[in-house]
Design a protein around this ligand. Structure first.
Ligand SMILES: Cc1ncc(COP(=O)(O)O)c(C=O)c1O
Length: 446
C-alpha cells in the first residue's frame, strides 16, 4: 500500500540526507506517475512539466519501456563480454557527431562522464590546469566540484590548477549585445587567462564548458566564441571539452549538439553527454578523438566501468535515438521553442520586469529584473512566479542563474504549441496581478 504524503515526507526527513533538496520545499509534490510532458500526483492531479530535460522524449515513453523490458528479459551482462547493443549504439552516436569524435566510453552519469573527460584531457596533454566558466556546474564528484565555481565558492574554494573565465553572457556580462564582437572579446578573456597561467609556470590541459551554460542562467554563447577559444587553448597544448550533459540530443532543435550552434568550423576534442541520453535511465558517455583515446590507452591501465554501456542501457539509448527521429522531436523543439520565445518576447513588451528572453529550441530562459537599466535580479519575484504557477495553474517551472532570477524552460521534447501558449498566458496573468495589485514581495522586487 502506498504511503500517505505526510508519511513519505516524514520518512524522507528521517532517512534521507538533508542536503538532498526537494522542489517546492514548503509544499513538495509527490509524483506517482507520468506520461509525455505530464506529471500526476497521488490524487491524480495533472501537472505540466516544463523542467524535466532528462525525460527527453517524454515521461515513460512506451517504446523506451518496451525496449528496456525486452532487453532486461533477455540479458544484462558485464561490459567485458561482446555485445551488439554497445557497438551499434556507439555507431549511431558517431553518426550524430563530427567524424573526428569517433571513440566512446560509456558511463552512468554526467558526473562520471566529466570526471573521465578530465582524466582523458590530463593524460593526453600531460598538463594539469583547467579553465572553466564562471558559475559553471559540471557534477557532484570531488574532481568536478573543483571545476564548478557554482559549488566550490560555497565550499573549499578555488584550487591553484583551476582558472575561472568570465561567463560570455551578452545580457549582463562584461561585454554585451551592444559590443561589436562579443564572441572575440570574451574569447580574448580566455587568451589573457592562458597567459596568466603560463606566467605562473603552469600549463593548460583543458577548457571545460557547457555548450550553453545552464546553471549560469540559460546563456547562449556569442558567435565565434568557441572557435576562437579552441584555437587559443589548443595553441597552449590544451583541449576543448564540451559538456553537453544538459544540451545534447537535439534540445536546441536545429542541431543535434548545442556546440554545433557555433558553426561548422568548430569541433570540440571531447564531448560529454548524459541526462537525456537514457530518458531517465542512468546512461552517459564520453566521445573523443582517436589520438586522445590512444594516449589514455597508452598508460596501460584498464578503464573498467561495471554498469557503463550494459546491454539494457544501450538498448534504451538506441530507442531514445529512434524516437527522436520517428517523432521528429528536433523539428518539434525548433517549432515550439520558436513559438514560446516569440510569445515571451511579446510579453516582455508588456511587463517591465522581464529583462531578457533568450534561448534556442526548447532551452529557453526569461530573466526577471527589478529595473531594466541596472538589471537588478528579481529573485523573489521569480520564486513567487514559480510558486503560483504550481499552485494555481499546475505548471512546474523552476529558476536558474547566479541569482535564481531566470525562469527556465527545458521541458520534455514533446512539449506542444498549446503547452507553450498556456504557460505564457499564466505568466502574463501572474505578472499583471503583481503590477495591478502591488502584491507583497520584498521591496527591492517591486
Ligand atoms: C551541465 C552538467 N554537467 C554535469 C552534470 C552532472 O550530471 P549527473 O547529475 O548525471 O552526475 C550536470 C547535472 O546537473 C549538469 O547540469
Amino acid at each position: 500500500m502506498a504511503l500517505q504524503k505526510e508519511e513519505t515526507l516524514a520518512m524522507r526527513k528521517r532517512l534521507i540526507g538533508q542536503s538532498c533538496k526537494l522542489f517546492y520545499s514548503e509544499d513538495p509534490l509527490k509524483i506517482v506517475r507520468a506520461r509525455g510532458q505530464y506529471l500526476f500526483d497521488e490524487n491524480g492531479k495533472r501537472y505540466l512539466d516544463c523542467i524535466s530535460n532528462v525525460h527527453h522524449v517524454g515521461h515513460c515513453h512506451p517504446d523506451i519501456t518496451k525496449a528496456a523490458a525486452a532487453q532486461m528479459d533477455l540479458l544484462n551482462t558485464n561490459s567485458r563480454f561482446l555485445h551488439d547493443n554497445r557497438v551499434m549504439y556507439a555507431d549511431r552516436l558517431s553518426a550524430t557527431l563530427p567524424e573526428k569524435l569517433c571513440v566512446f566510453y560509456f558511463v552512468n552519469s554526467g558526473s562520471e562522464a566529466n570526471d573521465l573527460a578530465l582524466r582523458l584531457a590530463q593524460q593526453y596533454t600531460q598538463h594539469e590546469d583547467v579553465i572553466v566558466l564562471d558559475h559553471a556546474y559540471h557534477g557532484h564528484l570531488m574532481s568536478l566540484i573543483d571545476i564548478s565555481p557554482y559549488k566550490f565558492r560555497k565550499l573549499a574554494g578555488q584550487k591553484e590548477w583551476v582558472h575561472v573565465a568570465p561567463l560570455p553572457d551578452t545580457y549582463r556580462g562584461i561585454y554585451r549585445d551592444t559590443h561589436p564582437d562579443p564572441g572575440q572579446a570574451y574569447a580574448d578573456t580566455v587568451k589573457d587567462l592562458i597567459e596568466d597561467v603560463h606566467n605562473k609556470g603552469r600549463k593548460i590541459s583543458a577548457f571545460f564548458a557547457e555548450s550553453l551554460p545552464s546553471v549560469g542562467g540559460q546563456i547562449i554563447f556569442p558567435q565565434g566564441y568557441s572557435t576562437k577559444v579552441a584555437e587559443y587553448v589548443r595553441s597552449a597544448g590544451g583541449v576543448y571539452v564540451a559538456d553537453e550533459v544538459q544540451t545534447g540530443f537535439g534540445r536546441v532543435g536545429s542541431h543535434f549538439w548545442a556546440f554545433e550552434l557555433q558553426g561548422e568550423g568548430f569541433c570540440p576534442d571531447i564531448v560529454t553527454m548524459g541526462k537525456p541520453m537514457g530518458n531517465g535511465h542512468p546512461l552517459a558517455c564520453v566521445a573523443t578523438t582517436a589520438e586522445i583515446a590512444g594516449a589514455f590507452t597508452a598508460n596501460g591501465v584498464e578503464y573498467f566501468n561495471t554498469f557503463g554501456g550494459n546491454p539494457v542501457s544501450c538498448a534504451i539509448g538506441l530507442e531514445v535515438l529512434n524516437v527522436i527521429e520517428k517523432e521528429d522531436l528536433r523539428g518539434n523543439a525548433t517549432r515550439v521553442g520558436a513559438h514560446l520565445k516569440g510569445l515571451l518576447t511579446k510579453l516582455q513588451s508588456q511587463h517591465q520586469i522581464i529583462g531578457d528572453v533568450r534561448g534556442v529550441g526548447l532551452f529557453v530562459g526569461i530573466e526577471l529584473v527589478t529595473d531594466r537599466e541596472q538589471k537588478t535580479p528579481a529573485t523573489k519575484t521569480a520564486a513567487w512566479v514559480v510558486k503560483r504557477l504550481k499552485e494555481e495553474d499546475l505548471i512546474c517551472v523552476s529558476t536558474d542563474g547566479p541569482w535564481e532570477s531566470v525562469l527556465k524552460f527545458k521541458p520534455p521534447m514533446c512539449f506542444s504549441m498549446e503547452d507553450a501558449e498556456l504557460v505564457v498566458r499564466c505568466i502574463h496573468r501572474i505578472l499583471s496581478d503583481l503590477e495591478t495589485n502591488g502584491l507583497k514581495l520584498e521591496k527591492e522586487d517591486i
